[in-house]
Design a protein around this ligand. Structure first.
Ligand SMILES: *Cc1c(COP(=O)(O)O)cnc(C)c1O
Length: 433
């Protein structure tokens, strides 16, 4: 048995795979990744495969950035873990200041956790507890957009709306109001309805939660910045909180550092994870304004009742600090502009392939549709199989094909990746006719 076969056999015998049925786990091809560098996944026998999904959207600086490797090594020699319970350490305190310096103006406080779902869970709990102990206890309800995705824990699922992911758990989830979905990608009526729900329920609404600019898991759905700005105004008028879930959009994925920057707004709470640690370690943060933080002053009973063993973990914080330093030193956002323009043009040209619909992109995030709409579609997976043969790991969202490469991918690698996307799509759609 080659060692790959052995690893696959062990995996099929014992691993439980995310979002994969047990039958698919047994039957679908599995890529055994031995090493990774830049945008490349490398197998044991030296085969190089381009990673189109950026390791599930977190690998903003490519795999194995030497400075990230060094930062982890350095920090591991000094201290791998200490809690943030009545103690602090350099990585956590300096990172908090550095995050505040680059966050939308007015976000001044950083609560650390481990992943995107917990960053959202923390934001929801902060918003809820804030009103409970600051004179508006009837503000217990959340509003959200149709098609939102905020993670897989129960609170995050309650805020989310990707039916396939949450339907089965509905009886366990709390009630979150949202307007009906956009028809023909028309978002104005959706936001108008959201504002109406906000005005009608103003005394009951603890917060509105959205993914700024792009709804990732719903299928890379983009909406205009003007609507995000209008939402900020409406939530301010209602004097309620706005939570920006930047777990995917943050760290320059959509062009500027934050999705909120497209609209020039500051939310009351901002969730960041994924790219925050360059995809190297599980690490997340929820940022808040002074106003929100000040709602937790007073005696012990007014403390935020939330904490994780690994809050502010020194390894994660050290690697996140290095990520921010690399963004500065290597001009990551600026240098991604021409790459994003190339990505946009090449994705638009995918309409030359019969059967490709609604190409769209924002920054280093691009997508198009094939086959019947929906997450349960199978055409996307056929394209994914074809792409793997051609040398790219595409993980579709059903029949949404997307490309989320590292922001610093070399032009030649980006071209190669887009060639494979084109060729695998043609193979499946054109040969299917
Ligand atoms: C991925 C994602 C999450 C959840 O993050 P995990 O680290 O997978 O728990 C939350 N919100 C958005 C917008 C995401 O894309």
């Amino acid at each position: 048995m080659s060692s790959d076969d052995e690893l696959i056999a062990l995996d099929r015998a014992h691993v439980w795979r995310p979002y994969t049925s047990s039958d698919d786990h047994q039957n679908r091809p599995l890529l055994v990744v031995d090493r990774a560098e830049g945008p490349w996944l490398i197998t044991g026998d030296g085969r190089r495969v381009l990673d189109a999904s950026g390791s599930w959207w977190c690998n903003n600086l490519g795999h194995g950035h030497p400075r990230l490797r060094e930062a982890i090594a350095r920090q591991s020699e000094q201290m791998m873990h200490s809690t943030l319970a009545a103690a602090t350490h350099e990585p956590a305190s300096r990172l908090a200041a550095e995050l505040v310096a680059i966050a939308p103006e007015g976000l001044t406080r950083v609560f650390y956790s481990d992943n995107g779902s917990t960053a959202v869970e923390v934001a929801l709990k902060i918003a809820f507890q804030y009103w409970q102990q600051n004179g508006r206890p009837e503000r217990r309800r959340f509003l959200a957009l149709p098609g939102g995705y905020h993670g897989d824990t129960l609170g995050a699922m309650s805020a989310g709306d990707v039916d396939e992911f949450t339907r089965i758990f509905r009886p366990l989830l709390f009630d979150v109001r949202r307007p009906p979905d956009a028809v023909n990608h028309q978002w104005e009526p959706v936001f108008e309805r959201l504002f109406a729900l906000l005005r009608e329920g103003v005394d009951e609404i603890a917060a509105v939660i959205v993914e700024p600019m792009v709804q990732g898991a719903a299928g890379m759905r983009t909406y205009p910045a003007g609507l995000l700005a209008a939402l900020r105004e409406e939530t301010q008028r209602a004097d309620t909180l706005l939570i920006a879930d930047e777990v995917f959009t943050g760290l320059g994925r959509t062009g500027p550092l934050w999705g909120c920057d497209h609209a020039g707004i500051t939310p009351d709470l901002l969730c960041t994870a994924k790219g925050l640690s360059g995809g190297a370690l599980p690490f997340a943060a929820t940022l808040a304004t002074d106003r929100v933080y000040d709602g937790f002053r007073g005696d012990k009973s007014r403390a935020l009742m939330h904490g994780h063993t690994f809050c502010g973990n020194p390894l994660g914080a050290a690697v996140a600090r290095e990520v921010l330093a690399i963004y500065r030193d290597e001009d990551i956002l600026e240098s991604a502009h021409p790459k994003a323009a190339k990505l946009a043009a090449r994705i638009q040209s995918m309409t030359e392939v019969p059967g490709v619909r609604t190409p769209r992109s924002l920054g280093m995030c691009a997508a198009f549709e094939v086959g019947a709409p929906g997450y349960m579609g199978t055409v996307g997976w056929q394209i994914s199989d074809a792409a793997l043969e051609l040398g790219a790991h595409l993980r579709p969202l059903g029949n949404t094909i997307y490309v989320v490469p590292p922001l610093n991918i070399e032009d030649a690698d980006l071209d190669r990746l887009l060639d494979i996307v084109r060729e695998s799509t043609e193979r499946v759609l054109v040969s299917a006719q």
